[in-house]
Design a protein around this ligand. Structure first.
Ligand SMILES: [Fe+2]
Ligand SMILES: [Fe+2]
Length: 339
């Protein structure tokens, strides 16, 4: 490729009629037909900087560039699944009904060993090793043996850890990347723990071990809500049953299996059920005791701050205020950090 290879977010800053070259993973691919019955493809490619929705029209060419030789392929009929593979893309920024449109003219399937797809997937900026250490430190901090061994067994004996360590916390909005669920759970646990210590000093009776355990468990239902391959998507059950009920059900199974004390199971189960803090946000009960109020508050702050961060990353300067965001009933402002 002759041109400079751009990151996905750099392509998004280009103006009309610019040519571009980028490398990323095909996150979504769907074959469609235009008015003249010609095939075209909706292609979303992504790298660590973001996602780019583009069109590969019927005139676009697809190449298999693996193993040295380069030959043309039909992505719908080439004997392997193109979705999820790393590709090099040549394209042009076009204009369609006053909106920029990214037209992919040549798509090369590159050597997947040289350019492993995992290297182009977004992941937690905190780093996997740091997160895994922090998670284990939080469990070690717990003083109550029953809670500590329950958590160790749930995560490390019953196999939750394998997915929990890499899972996203969402498919968009916040922590929608590898390690996002781990990052979010730790952040909520640390925030909630410090809040609990604060209120303990202000004479509110609060069990810090229950707060940490509730925070680490609060979103386990997300493990059943999403698919992550080739890209993060919500499963039918994630929409129809939702992570709060899925998480509560998973937790109660573990509580029974591990013979967890009934009152402790009720308290932790309540933290999972109530953590969204409002019935219209999917919580069937609202936080009814100090530990649940604290976890729910820490979850809310963590969600909003990370949603803010994601929105700011997508905001193109000089704009410093987002569009109205119905989901949280406000716009976000870049704030004083922009100065
Ligand atoms: Fe949640
Ligand atoms: Fe959460």
């Amino acid at each position: 490729m002759k041109q400079q290879v751009l990151k996905v977010n750099e392509v998004k800053q280009l103006t009309k009629n610019s040519d571009f070259s980028t490398v990323g993973v095909i996150l979504r691919l769907s074959t469609r037909r235009d008015r003249n019955d010609n095939i075209f493809w909706d292609v979303t490619i992504g790298d660590q900087t973001g996602e780019l929705d583009g069109k590969a029209w019927s005139t676009a060419t697809w190449w298999n560039h693996q193993g040295g030789d380069s030959f043309m392929i039909d992505p719908d009929n080439c004997g392997f699944r193109v979705e999820g593979m790393t590709v090099g893309v040549l394209g042009k920024v076009a204009d369609f009904r006053d909106q920029l449109q990214y037209s992919f003219t040549e798509i090369y399937i590159v050597d997947q060993n040289k350019y492993p797809p995992i290297n182009f997937k977004r992941r937690s900026p905190l780093g996997q090793e740091f997160l895994e250490t922090e998670f284990k430190k939080l469990i070690d901090e717990i003083k109550r043996d029953d809670i500590k061994s329950f958590l160790n067994n749930v995560f490390f004996k019953h196999g939750l850890w394998e997915n929990f360590r890499i899972w996203p916390a969402a498919y968009s909005l916040h922590h929608a990347y590898t390690g996002g669920l781990l990052e979010h759970s730790i952040s909520v646990a640390l925030g909630a723990r410090d809040l609990a210590k604060h209120y303990e000093a202000f004479k509110i009776p609060v069990d810090i071990d229950v707060v940490i355990a509730g925070a680490l468990l609060h979103d386990i239902g997300k493990l059943e809500s999403y698919n992550i391959d080739p890209s993060i998507s919500i499963k039918a059950i994630g929409n129809v049953v939702e992570h709060i009920v899925l998480g509560y059900t998973m937790f109660m199974k573990f509580a029974e299996l591990e013979n967890l004390d009934k009152d402790l199971a009720m308290a932790l189960g309540h933290i999972i059920l109530s953590h969204h803090g409002r019935k219209e946000f999917g919580s069937p009960v609202l936080p009814e005791f100090p530990e649940a109020i604290i976890v729910s508050a820490a979850d809310d702050v963590d969600f909003k701050l990370n949603f803010w961060k994601a929105q700011m990353a997508a905001l193109v300067p000089p704009a410093d205020v987002t569009e109205y965001l119905p989901m949280i009933e406000r716009r976000f402002w870049r704030g004083l950090s922009a100065k």
